[in-house]
Design a protein around this ligand. Structure first.
Ligand code: PHE
Length: 541
């Protein structure tokens, strides 16, 4: 996947490639660093939604298994509304949430609160680290308006993250939240000033060990009144305390040469002195969080365990980024187990956000992080599907001595997952010709007065095909669920005479809990192929 670098490369400094991205990453950002071109971050969430795809599509109508969520309607006319967790949504040309996702929606996410679940351990560790100054907030309803998810946050109409190839829409006005930032305006509007909000988020995506259509993020924010920014005031006092704690720890080595302009600069309406102090507060807070999450483990691993030599420093680096709802904006990476790992996105909250929340005279910062992504690294969890397993062999490994916030197992060790079994994989390939464009353009070409997504949607391009990979992945997931471990494209061929394009994907079927018989896999694969033909109009080769 190659996307244009939306910000012209400049030469701040060469950077080594970050580690491959894991789920929960900060897809709204555009890296401002020259070395962060897509080629260097394969399969990264950071790349992918900025990859402009102005192609017409065929997908959504066919992928709309609404009738399966209301079985009684399957023989009658397609329903014009669908009910999600007791609320009714009008169906329209944007509707694209498959039954397999609909049936997993809950008013509150289970995993970050499930006793002895890795996401619960991580969430509570972060919440206890932040302490009583920060209000831990429960997850709001997963369906949000596109105003909350995009408009209020300044996403332009043609932002790729809005595309129905990337986002699950109930209809043009409502989607499954794609990030916890969707709740910034509401939360600030309630008068909350320092808070941590954990929620399930949803994105249409590829299939591999680190991507799953449902994952969890935590959003954190802290805003202060202008008065708190005075010299010697609350913000400065807190910053100095945090900075001195960090330097006392001696473990952290912070690389932070971010050029302010590359990070988006201070906002016009902000007093630069206050904004600079807010950035310092943000950095000290998040450096402290990194130390909390990775410090002990890094020290243990790099000093050869209990007996060993001096630990290596824990390196953190600050990278300029662009999010429509913060400026300046950054991403934070940690050097852990020999790789740079992106762990969060953050920045100074846009004035727009606080204005929409009717909050006056305040300035502060926000961050967002992906819980699965961090938990996978910390606890060595190799496959994101494992978070959903009920297998005791998984869950029993996260028993802690003290429950909330604990980093240690009941016998005092650092929690590290040990794989209990690996059943053999079973690969099946599927090759197909893409449908010809003229007959497969999307139906949603009427420009709507609402600003939702028609930027990419209405533009018909001369692209050779309306096929989008995420539609393919969706059919696979919707048909076989977690039995697909990963899906990779292994061939892409354009016929020299006819210019028809054919693709070949390899689906790796593997259950995490049991052996899959070849017969069962064949039957699953046939179902996938049948749906590809019927719903995506692909011609199997
Ligand atoms: N919502 C952003 C994402 O999911 C992360 C973020 C949160 C960035 C808050 C800045 C401030 O990519």
């Amino acid at each position: 996947m190659v996307r244009p670098n939306l910000i012209p490369p400049t030469s701040i400094r060469p950077r080594p490639p970050p580690s491959p991205s894991l789920s929960g990453l900060l897809f709204r950002s555009i890296r401002s660093s020259p070395a962060s071109t897509p080629a260097l971050t394969p399969r990264g969430r950071l790349d992918h939604p900025h990859h402009f795809r102005p192609q017409p599509r065929l997908r959504l109508q066919q992928l709309r298994p609404i009738s399966s969520s209301c079985p009684s309607s399957s023989n009658s006319k397609p329903s014009t509304t669908q009910t999600v967790l007791g609320r009714e949504y009008k169906v329209d040309d944007y509707t694209n949430v498959p039954a397999s996702i609909l049936k997993r929606l809950t008013p509150n996410p289970d995993l970050p609160y499930k006793p002895n679940h890795p996401l619960q351990l991580l969430r509570s560790q972060i919440e206890s680290h932040f302490g009583s100054n920060y209000h831990p907030m429960a997850s709001p309803f997963p369906v949000v308006t596109t105003t909350l998810n995009f408009e209020d946050l300044g996403f332009p109409d043609d932002h790729p993250g809005r595309s129905p190839t990337d986002t699950y829409y109930l209809n043009r006005q409502n989607c499954l939240r794609t990030h916890t930032s969707a709740h910034e305006v509401e939360t600030f509007a309630k008068g909350e000033q320092r808070w941590l909000l954990t929620a399930d988020v949803y994105r249409r995506d590829e299939i591999d060990s680190s991507h799953y259509p449902i994952f969890h993020q935590m959003e954190g924010a802290s805003i202060f009144s202008h008065e708190d920014y005075r010299v010697g005031g609350k913000v400065q006092t807190e910053v100095e305390e945090m900075e001195s704690r960090l330097s006392r720890s001696k473990l952290l080595e912070i690389e932070d040469e971010v050029d302010l302009k590359m990070a988006g600069d201070y906002q016009k309406g902000h007093d630069p002195r206050m904004a600079a102090l807010a950035v310092r507060h943000l950095k000290a807070t998040l450096n402290g969080l990194v130390l909390e999450l990775f410090g002990e483990r890094h020290r243990f691993e790099t000093s050869g365990g209990a007996t060993g030599s001096q630990a290596e420093p824990l390196k953190v680096r600050w990278i300029p980024a662009t999010f429509p709802f913060t400026s300046p904006s950054y991403e934070v990476e940690v050097w852990f187990r020999g790789k740079w790992l992106e762990i969060l996105g953050c920045g100074v909250v846009m004035e727009r956000t606080l204005e929409r929340a009717n909050v006056e005279g305040k300035l502060g910062w926000a961050f967002g992080l992906g819980l699965e992504r961090i938990a996978m690294v910390l606890y060595s969890i190799p496959d994101i599907r494992l978070f959903w397993t009920e297998d005791k062999r998984f869950l029993d490994q996260f028993q802690t001595s003290t429950g909330g916030g604990a980093k240690r197992t009941s016998d005092g060790g650092l929690i590290t997952f040990k794989p209990y079994s690996k059943f053999p994989p079973c690969y099946k390939d599927v090759s197909f010709w893409l449908p010809q464009t003229s007959t497969t353009t999307t139906s949603s070409t009427s420009p709507s007065s609402s600003s939702q997504g028609q930027g990419t949607e209405a533009k018909s391009s001369s692209s050779s095909s309306s096929f989008h990979e995420n539609d393919f992945f969706e059919v696979v997931r919707d048909t076989v669920g977690d039995l697909a471990e990963d899906v990779v494209k292994i061939d892409d061929f354009t016929h020299p005479k006819t210019s028809r394009r054919s693709l070949c994907y390899r689906i790796n079927y593997r259950s995490m809990d049991r052996n899959l018989e070849n017969e069962e896999t064949n039957a699953l694969h046939s179902k996938v192929v049948e749906r590809l033909v019927n719903e995506l109009k692909l011609e199997i080769r």
